[in-house]
Design a protein around this ligand. Structure first.
Ligand code: AVJ
Ligand code: FE
Length: 429
Protein backbone atom coordinates (compact mmCIF):
# COMPACT_ATOMS: atom_id res chain seq x y z
CA UNK A 1 0.00 0.00 0.00
CA UNK A 2 2.81 2.41 0.91
CA UNK A 3 4.54 1.58 -2.36
CA UNK A 4 1.33 2.15 -4.32
CA UNK A 5 0.49 5.42 -2.55
CA UNK A 6 4.03 6.81 -2.85
CA UNK A 7 4.03 6.02 -6.57
CA UNK A 8 0.68 7.70 -7.16
CA UNK A 9 1.78 10.73 -5.15
CA UNK A 10 4.96 11.16 -7.20
CA UNK A 11 2.99 10.93 -10.43
CA UNK A 12 0.56 13.56 -9.17
CA UNK A 13 3.47 15.90 -8.37
CA UNK A 14 4.75 15.43 -11.91
CA UNK A 15 1.41 16.37 -13.48
CA UNK A 16 1.13 19.35 -11.14
CA UNK A 17 4.54 20.63 -12.31
CA UNK A 18 3.10 21.46 -15.76
CA UNK A 19 1.10 24.70 -16.20
CA UNK A 20 -2.59 24.07 -17.02
CA UNK A 21 -2.23 25.60 -20.51
CA UNK A 22 0.21 22.84 -21.46
CA UNK A 23 -2.02 19.95 -20.41
CA UNK A 24 -2.79 18.84 -23.97
CA UNK A 25 0.65 19.59 -25.40
CA UNK A 26 2.65 16.75 -27.00
CA UNK A 27 6.21 17.56 -25.81
CA UNK A 28 7.58 14.70 -27.95
CA UNK A 29 5.91 14.47 -31.34
CA UNK A 30 6.12 10.66 -31.29
CA UNK A 31 4.28 10.33 -27.99
CA UNK A 32 0.79 11.08 -26.72
CA UNK A 33 -0.05 14.44 -25.11
CA UNK A 34 0.52 15.00 -21.38
CA UNK A 35 -3.14 14.44 -20.45
CA UNK A 36 -3.04 10.92 -21.90
CA UNK A 37 -0.56 9.80 -19.26
CA UNK A 38 -2.58 11.11 -16.33
CA UNK A 39 -5.35 8.80 -17.54
CA UNK A 40 -3.08 5.98 -18.64
CA UNK A 41 -1.60 5.21 -15.21
CA UNK A 42 -4.91 4.56 -13.38
CA UNK A 43 -6.44 2.92 -16.48
CA UNK A 44 -3.49 0.53 -16.71
CA UNK A 45 -4.00 -0.35 -13.04
CA UNK A 46 -7.69 -1.06 -13.58
CA UNK A 47 -7.12 -3.01 -16.79
CA UNK A 48 -4.32 -5.10 -15.29
CA UNK A 49 -5.28 -5.81 -11.68
CA UNK A 50 -9.06 -5.39 -11.60
CA UNK A 51 -10.09 -6.64 -15.04
CA UNK A 52 -7.42 -9.03 -16.30
CA UNK A 53 -6.46 -10.19 -12.81
CA UNK A 54 -9.58 -10.25 -10.65
CA UNK A 55 -12.10 -10.54 -13.50
CA UNK A 56 -13.99 -7.45 -12.38
CA UNK A 57 -15.80 -4.82 -14.42
CA UNK A 58 -13.35 -1.96 -14.12
CA UNK A 59 -14.32 1.66 -13.48
CA UNK A 60 -15.08 3.27 -16.84
CA UNK A 61 -15.06 1.25 -19.99
CA UNK A 62 -14.46 4.18 -22.40
CA UNK A 63 -11.53 5.55 -20.41
CA UNK A 64 -10.03 2.11 -20.08
CA UNK A 65 -9.92 1.89 -23.90
CA UNK A 66 -8.92 5.52 -24.55
CA UNK A 67 -6.04 5.37 -22.06
CA UNK A 68 -5.06 1.74 -22.54
CA UNK A 69 -1.70 2.01 -24.28
CA UNK A 70 0.96 4.52 -25.27
CA UNK A 71 2.45 4.75 -28.75
CA UNK A 72 5.88 4.20 -30.35
CA UNK A 73 5.44 5.05 -34.05
CA UNK A 74 8.25 4.97 -36.57
CA UNK A 75 7.89 8.64 -37.51
CA UNK A 76 5.55 11.60 -37.14
CA UNK A 77 3.41 10.73 -40.14
CA UNK A 78 2.39 7.54 -38.35
CA UNK A 79 1.17 9.38 -35.22
CA UNK A 80 -2.60 8.96 -34.96
CA UNK A 81 -4.59 11.73 -33.38
CA UNK A 82 -5.60 9.61 -30.35
CA UNK A 83 -8.72 11.32 -29.14
CA UNK A 84 -9.98 14.20 -31.25
CA UNK A 85 -10.95 15.84 -27.96
CA UNK A 86 -9.44 14.76 -24.67
CA UNK A 87 -11.54 14.84 -21.50
CA UNK A 88 -10.90 17.81 -19.18
CA UNK A 89 -8.34 17.36 -16.41
CA UNK A 90 -11.05 17.30 -13.76
CA UNK A 91 -12.69 14.29 -15.36
CA UNK A 92 -9.39 12.47 -15.83
CA UNK A 93 -8.50 13.09 -12.20
CA UNK A 94 -11.90 11.96 -10.97
CA UNK A 95 -11.38 8.74 -12.93
CA UNK A 96 -7.90 8.42 -11.39
CA UNK A 97 -9.29 8.84 -7.87
CA UNK A 98 -11.94 6.19 -8.48
CA UNK A 99 -9.34 3.79 -9.87
CA UNK A 100 -6.99 4.45 -6.93
CA UNK A 101 -9.78 3.69 -4.44
CA UNK A 102 -10.59 0.42 -6.18
CA UNK A 103 -6.92 -0.59 -6.37
CA UNK A 104 -6.38 0.16 -2.67
CA UNK A 105 -9.37 -1.95 -1.81
CA UNK A 106 -8.06 -4.78 -3.98
CA UNK A 107 -4.56 -4.61 -2.48
CA UNK A 108 -5.95 -4.66 1.05
CA UNK A 109 -8.92 -6.95 0.82
CA UNK A 110 -8.93 -9.12 -2.29
CA UNK A 111 -7.19 -12.35 -3.11
CA UNK A 112 -4.46 -10.92 -5.34
CA UNK A 113 -1.97 -13.80 -5.05
CA UNK A 114 -4.04 -16.76 -6.25
CA UNK A 115 -1.76 -19.47 -7.60
CA UNK A 116 -4.58 -20.97 -9.69
CA UNK A 117 -4.68 -17.80 -11.83
CA UNK A 118 -1.54 -17.06 -13.90
CA UNK A 119 -2.28 -13.30 -13.85
CA UNK A 120 -2.37 -13.22 -10.05
CA UNK A 121 0.07 -16.01 -9.19
CA UNK A 122 2.68 -14.75 -6.73
CA UNK A 123 1.25 -11.26 -6.98
CA UNK A 124 2.16 -10.85 -10.68
CA UNK A 125 -0.54 -8.28 -11.55
CA UNK A 126 0.10 -6.30 -8.37
CA UNK A 127 3.84 -6.07 -9.04
CA UNK A 128 3.11 -5.21 -12.67
CA UNK A 129 1.12 -2.11 -11.70
CA UNK A 130 3.57 -1.15 -8.95
CA UNK A 131 6.53 -1.13 -11.37
CA UNK A 132 4.61 0.34 -14.30
CA UNK A 133 4.16 3.59 -12.38
CA UNK A 134 7.87 4.48 -11.85
CA UNK A 135 8.66 3.38 -15.40
CA UNK A 136 6.30 6.04 -16.67
CA UNK A 137 7.56 8.61 -14.19
CA UNK A 138 10.86 8.43 -16.02
CA UNK A 139 9.15 8.70 -19.41
CA UNK A 140 7.19 11.71 -18.13
CA UNK A 141 10.36 13.34 -16.85
CA UNK A 142 12.11 13.19 -20.18
CA UNK A 143 8.94 14.43 -21.90
CA UNK A 144 8.66 17.37 -19.49
CA UNK A 145 12.35 17.99 -20.21
CA UNK A 146 11.36 19.15 -23.71
CA UNK A 147 8.78 21.69 -22.50
CA UNK A 148 9.79 25.36 -22.51
CA UNK A 149 10.69 26.51 -18.99
CA UNK A 150 7.67 28.81 -18.78
CA UNK A 151 5.41 25.77 -19.14
CA UNK A 152 6.88 24.09 -16.04
CA UNK A 153 6.70 24.83 -12.33
CA UNK A 154 10.00 24.15 -10.60
CA UNK A 155 9.56 22.48 -7.18
CA UNK A 156 11.06 24.57 -4.37
CA UNK A 157 13.59 21.97 -3.17
CA UNK A 158 15.16 21.21 -6.59
CA UNK A 159 18.97 21.06 -6.29
CA UNK A 160 21.10 23.14 -8.67
CA UNK A 161 23.22 21.41 -11.32
CA UNK A 162 26.73 20.26 -10.36
CA UNK A 163 29.28 21.11 -13.05
CA UNK A 164 32.84 20.44 -11.84
CA UNK A 165 35.60 21.49 -14.21
CA UNK A 166 36.87 18.98 -16.73
CA UNK A 167 36.27 15.24 -17.04
CA UNK A 168 38.73 12.69 -15.59
CA UNK A 169 41.43 11.26 -17.85
CA UNK A 170 40.10 8.77 -20.38
CA UNK A 171 40.98 5.20 -19.49
CA UNK A 172 40.01 1.68 -20.53
CA UNK A 173 40.20 -1.44 -18.40
CA UNK A 174 40.57 -5.09 -19.42
CA UNK A 175 37.77 -7.49 -18.57
CA UNK A 176 38.96 -11.08 -18.97
CA UNK A 177 36.91 -13.75 -20.75
CA UNK A 178 34.18 -15.27 -18.58
CA UNK A 179 30.52 -16.05 -18.11
CA UNK A 180 27.79 -13.43 -17.95
CA UNK A 181 24.41 -14.34 -16.50
CA UNK A 182 21.67 -12.39 -18.22
CA UNK A 183 18.04 -12.57 -17.21
CA UNK A 184 16.66 -14.18 -14.09
CA UNK A 185 15.34 -17.49 -12.85
CA UNK A 186 11.54 -17.65 -12.94
CA UNK A 187 11.26 -19.82 -9.86
CA UNK A 188 13.33 -17.65 -7.53
CA UNK A 189 12.65 -14.11 -8.79
CA UNK A 190 10.04 -12.19 -6.77
CA UNK A 191 8.98 -10.36 -9.93
CA UNK A 192 10.39 -9.47 -13.32
CA UNK A 193 9.01 -8.31 -16.67
CA UNK A 194 8.67 -11.02 -19.31
CA UNK A 195 11.84 -10.07 -21.23
CA UNK A 196 13.94 -10.71 -18.09
CA UNK A 197 13.23 -14.47 -18.25
CA UNK A 198 14.56 -17.09 -18.35
CA UNK A 199 18.15 -17.10 -17.16
CA UNK A 200 20.54 -16.85 -20.09
CA UNK A 201 24.22 -17.66 -19.53
CA UNK A 202 26.66 -16.40 -22.17
CA UNK A 203 30.43 -16.85 -22.61
CA UNK A 204 32.00 -13.45 -23.21
CA UNK A 205 35.48 -13.16 -24.78
CA UNK A 206 38.00 -10.74 -23.29
CA UNK A 207 37.47 -7.04 -24.09
CA UNK A 208 38.51 -3.59 -22.94
CA UNK A 209 35.92 -1.04 -21.82
CA UNK A 210 35.82 2.65 -20.90
CA UNK A 211 36.11 3.25 -17.16
CA UNK A 212 33.83 6.29 -17.59
CA UNK A 213 30.95 7.10 -19.88
CA UNK A 214 31.86 9.24 -22.87
CA UNK A 215 31.33 12.88 -21.90
CA UNK A 216 30.08 16.03 -23.56
CA UNK A 217 33.74 17.04 -23.92
CA UNK A 218 34.47 13.81 -25.80
CA UNK A 219 31.48 14.24 -28.05
CA UNK A 220 32.35 17.86 -28.83
CA UNK A 221 35.48 16.58 -30.62
CA UNK A 222 33.26 14.47 -32.83
CA UNK A 223 30.96 17.39 -33.60
CA UNK A 224 33.89 19.71 -34.33
CA UNK A 225 35.58 17.09 -36.52
CA UNK A 226 32.47 17.04 -38.76
CA UNK A 227 31.19 13.67 -37.53
CA UNK A 228 27.65 14.54 -38.62
CA UNK A 229 28.84 15.13 -42.20
CA UNK A 230 30.67 11.80 -42.63
CA UNK A 231 28.14 9.31 -44.01
CA UNK A 232 30.61 6.42 -43.66
CA UNK A 233 30.30 6.64 -39.85
CA UNK A 234 26.51 6.16 -39.80
CA UNK A 235 24.30 3.18 -40.44
CA UNK A 236 21.57 3.72 -43.06
CA UNK A 237 18.84 4.40 -40.54
CA UNK A 238 20.96 6.86 -38.57
CA UNK A 239 22.09 8.73 -41.69
CA UNK A 240 18.52 8.96 -42.98
CA UNK A 241 17.43 10.33 -39.59
CA UNK A 242 20.11 13.02 -39.23
CA UNK A 243 19.44 14.17 -42.81
CA UNK A 244 15.66 14.32 -42.60
CA UNK A 245 15.58 15.81 -39.07
CA UNK A 246 18.65 18.02 -39.67
CA UNK A 247 20.40 16.72 -36.58
CA UNK A 248 23.90 18.17 -36.14
CA UNK A 249 24.50 17.73 -32.41
CA UNK A 250 22.96 15.93 -29.43
CA UNK A 251 19.40 16.99 -28.63
CA UNK A 252 20.32 18.26 -25.14
CA UNK A 253 22.86 20.73 -26.56
CA UNK A 254 21.92 24.28 -27.56
CA UNK A 255 23.95 27.06 -29.05
CA UNK A 256 23.46 30.56 -27.66
CA UNK A 257 25.68 33.45 -28.74
CA UNK A 258 28.34 31.12 -30.13
CA UNK A 259 28.57 29.08 -26.89
CA UNK A 260 27.25 25.59 -26.24
CA UNK A 261 24.97 25.06 -23.31
CA UNK A 262 22.96 22.13 -22.03
CA UNK A 263 19.18 22.18 -21.68
CA UNK A 264 18.64 21.03 -18.09
CA UNK A 265 15.27 20.07 -16.66
CA UNK A 266 14.82 23.39 -14.83
CA UNK A 267 17.49 25.69 -16.24
CA UNK A 268 20.02 26.13 -19.01
CA UNK A 269 23.44 24.87 -17.83
CA UNK A 270 26.81 26.20 -19.09
CA UNK A 271 28.35 23.41 -21.22
CA UNK A 272 28.89 20.56 -18.69
CA UNK A 273 32.05 19.05 -20.17
CA UNK A 274 32.30 16.34 -17.52
CA UNK A 275 28.71 15.04 -17.74
CA UNK A 276 28.00 11.86 -19.68
CA UNK A 277 26.86 12.82 -23.19
CA UNK A 278 23.17 12.02 -23.74
CA UNK A 279 22.73 10.82 -27.29
CA UNK A 280 20.76 8.42 -29.47
CA UNK A 281 22.03 4.95 -30.37
CA UNK A 282 22.81 6.17 -33.91
CA UNK A 283 24.96 9.03 -32.60
CA UNK A 284 26.69 6.78 -30.06
CA UNK A 285 27.49 4.16 -32.69
CA UNK A 286 28.78 6.78 -35.17
CA UNK A 287 31.04 8.24 -32.50
CA UNK A 288 32.41 4.81 -31.59
CA UNK A 289 33.09 3.99 -35.25
CA UNK A 290 34.91 7.31 -35.64
CA UNK A 291 37.19 6.29 -32.74
CA UNK A 292 37.78 2.81 -34.18
CA UNK A 293 35.81 1.39 -31.24
CA UNK A 294 32.29 0.00 -30.82
CA UNK A 295 29.42 -0.09 -28.34
CA UNK A 296 29.33 -2.96 -25.82
CA UNK A 297 26.96 -5.85 -26.28
CA UNK A 298 24.41 -6.48 -23.57
CA UNK A 299 26.55 -9.42 -22.38
CA UNK A 300 29.68 -7.25 -22.22
CA UNK A 301 27.78 -4.71 -20.13
CA UNK A 302 26.86 -7.53 -17.74
CA UNK A 303 30.44 -8.75 -17.55
CA UNK A 304 31.73 -5.22 -16.85
CA UNK A 305 29.02 -4.48 -14.29
CA UNK A 306 28.45 -7.75 -12.46
CA UNK A 307 31.49 -9.95 -13.14
CA UNK A 308 34.27 -10.24 -10.59
CA UNK A 309 37.64 -12.03 -10.73
CA UNK A 310 37.33 -15.64 -9.47
CA UNK A 311 34.03 -14.89 -7.77
CA UNK A 312 30.36 -15.47 -8.53
CA UNK A 313 28.64 -12.60 -10.25
CA UNK A 314 27.39 -9.77 -8.05
CA UNK A 315 23.86 -8.49 -7.67
CA UNK A 316 24.99 -4.88 -8.14
CA UNK A 317 28.24 -3.50 -9.59
CA UNK A 318 29.51 -2.73 -6.08
CA UNK A 319 28.44 -6.00 -4.45
CA UNK A 320 25.33 -7.20 -2.62
CA UNK A 321 24.22 -4.14 -0.64
CA UNK A 322 21.03 -2.51 -1.94
CA UNK A 323 21.30 0.76 -3.89
CA UNK A 324 21.62 3.97 -1.88
CA UNK A 325 22.63 7.55 -2.65
CA UNK A 326 26.38 6.82 -2.31
CA UNK A 327 26.34 4.29 -5.18
CA UNK A 328 25.16 6.39 -8.09
CA UNK A 329 22.93 9.10 -9.49
CA UNK A 330 19.55 7.34 -9.58
CA UNK A 331 16.19 7.14 -7.77
CA UNK A 332 15.38 10.81 -8.48
CA UNK A 333 18.47 11.99 -6.56
CA UNK A 334 19.15 14.80 -9.00
CA UNK A 335 17.14 16.22 -11.89
CA UNK A 336 20.07 16.10 -14.32
CA UNK A 337 23.37 14.18 -14.65
CA UNK A 338 26.42 14.55 -12.40
CA UNK A 339 30.06 14.60 -13.54
CA UNK A 340 31.24 11.11 -14.52
CA UNK A 341 33.07 9.29 -11.73
CA UNK A 342 31.24 11.09 -8.91
CA UNK A 343 30.36 7.81 -7.16
CA UNK A 344 33.50 5.74 -6.54
CA UNK A 345 31.49 3.61 -4.04
CA UNK A 346 29.39 2.41 -6.97
CA UNK A 347 32.26 1.18 -9.18
CA UNK A 348 32.29 -2.45 -10.37
CA UNK A 349 34.91 -5.10 -9.52
CA UNK A 350 36.98 -3.95 -12.52
CA UNK A 351 36.78 -0.29 -11.49
CA UNK A 352 34.18 0.71 -14.09
CA UNK A 353 32.12 3.70 -12.88
CA UNK A 354 28.48 4.78 -13.12
CA UNK A 355 27.15 1.52 -14.56
CA UNK A 356 23.91 2.10 -12.65
CA UNK A 357 22.55 5.64 -12.77
CA UNK A 358 23.58 8.92 -14.41
CA UNK A 359 22.17 7.73 -17.76
CA UNK A 360 21.02 4.49 -19.39
CA UNK A 361 23.75 2.85 -21.43
CA UNK A 362 23.15 1.94 -25.05
CA UNK A 363 24.28 -1.52 -26.10
CA UNK A 364 24.72 -2.86 -29.62
CA UNK A 365 22.28 -5.69 -28.84
CA UNK A 366 19.02 -5.68 -30.77
CA UNK A 367 16.12 -6.19 -28.36
CA UNK A 368 14.61 -9.67 -28.40
CA UNK A 369 13.57 -12.41 -25.98
CA UNK A 370 16.07 -14.80 -24.41
CA UNK A 371 15.71 -18.43 -25.56
CA UNK A 372 12.60 -19.70 -23.77
CA UNK A 373 10.89 -16.28 -23.63
CA UNK A 374 7.16 -16.20 -23.07
CA UNK A 375 4.83 -13.17 -22.80
CA UNK A 376 3.70 -12.29 -19.27
CA UNK A 377 0.08 -13.14 -18.44
CA UNK A 378 -0.48 -9.82 -16.61
CA UNK A 379 0.50 -7.72 -19.67
CA UNK A 380 1.17 -9.93 -22.70
CA UNK A 381 2.08 -7.10 -25.10
CA UNK A 382 4.75 -5.55 -22.86
CA UNK A 383 7.73 -6.69 -24.98
CA UNK A 384 6.63 -8.66 -28.03
CA UNK A 385 5.58 -5.68 -30.15
CA UNK A 386 9.13 -4.40 -29.92
CA UNK A 387 10.89 -7.56 -31.10
CA UNK A 388 11.05 -6.00 -34.56
CA UNK A 389 14.79 -5.63 -35.08
CA UNK A 390 14.56 -1.85 -34.69
CA UNK A 391 14.96 -1.48 -30.92
CA UNK A 392 18.21 -1.71 -28.96
CA UNK A 393 18.74 -2.84 -25.38
CA UNK A 394 19.78 -0.27 -22.78
CA UNK A 395 21.11 -1.21 -19.36
CA UNK A 396 21.82 0.68 -16.16
CA UNK A 397 19.55 3.57 -15.24
CA UNK A 398 19.24 7.34 -15.23
CA UNK A 399 18.99 10.01 -12.52
CA UNK A 400 15.22 9.48 -12.58
CA UNK A 401 15.12 5.68 -12.65
CA UNK A 402 13.47 4.36 -9.50
CA UNK A 403 15.67 2.11 -7.41
CA UNK A 404 13.13 -0.70 -7.74
CA UNK A 405 14.12 -0.95 -11.43
CA UNK A 406 17.85 -1.26 -10.76
CA UNK A 407 17.91 -5.05 -10.53
CA UNK A 408 20.49 -6.88 -12.62
CA UNK A 409 18.00 -8.47 -15.01
CA UNK A 410 16.06 -5.29 -15.87
CA UNK A 411 16.23 -4.40 -19.59
CA UNK A 412 15.16 -1.19 -21.26
CA UNK A 413 14.81 -0.63 -25.02
CA UNK A 414 14.22 2.13 -27.55
CA UNK A 415 14.56 2.80 -31.26
CA UNK A 416 18.07 3.65 -32.42
CA UNK A 417 17.13 7.15 -33.49
CA UNK A 418 15.19 8.08 -30.33
CA UNK A 419 17.14 11.02 -28.85
CA UNK A 420 14.86 12.02 -25.97
CA UNK A 421 15.73 9.67 -23.18
CA UNK A 422 18.45 10.02 -20.60
CA UNK A 423 20.89 7.68 -22.33
CA UNK A 424 24.64 7.75 -22.71
CA UNK A 425 27.25 5.21 -23.77
CA UNK A 426 30.74 3.92 -23.32
CA UNK A 427 33.01 2.27 -25.86
CA UNK A 428 34.73 -1.10 -25.98
CA UNK A 429 37.32 -2.83 -28.12
C1 AVJ B 1 10.27 -0.19 -21.19
C2 AVJ B 1 10.39 2.19 -21.14
C3 AVJ B 1 10.47 1.02 -23.23
O1 AVJ B 1 7.80 3.43 -21.99
O2 AVJ B 1 7.77 2.42 -23.90
C4 AVJ B 1 5.27 1.59 -20.21
C5 AVJ B 1 7.66 0.87 -20.73
N1 AVJ B 1 5.44 -0.17 -21.42
N2 AVJ B 1 4.06 1.17 -20.48
C6 AVJ B 1 7.93 2.42 -22.67
C7 AVJ B 1 6.17 0.78 -20.79
C8 AVJ B 1 4.15 0.12 -21.21
C9 AVJ B 1 8.36 1.09 -22.04
N3 AVJ B 1 9.86 1.04 -21.89
FE1 FE C 1 2.30 2.19 -19.93
Amino acid sequence: MDWFDAGRRRSRELFDSVVPAAYEVRPIPLRNPICFYEGHLPAFNANTLLKRGLGEEGIDRDYEVLFERGIDPEDESAVGLGASRWPPRKAIQAYGDASDRAIREALLEKDITRDDNPVLARGLAAYTILEHEPMHQETLRYMWHRLPYEKKIRPAETPSPVVNGGPPAREMVRVPAGKATLGADRASAVFGWDNEFPLCVVEVPEFRIDVHDRTNADFLEFVEAGGYEKSELWDDEGWEWIQSSRVRHPLFWERHGGEWSWRGMWELVPFPASWPVYASHSEAAAYARWKGLRLPTEAEYHRAAYGAPDRPERSYPWGEEPPDATRGNFDFASPDPMPVGSFPAGASAWGVHDLLGNGWEWTSTVFSGFPGFSPMPSYPVYSTDFFDGKHYVLKGGSPVTSKVLLRRSFRNWFRGNYPYLYATFRCVK
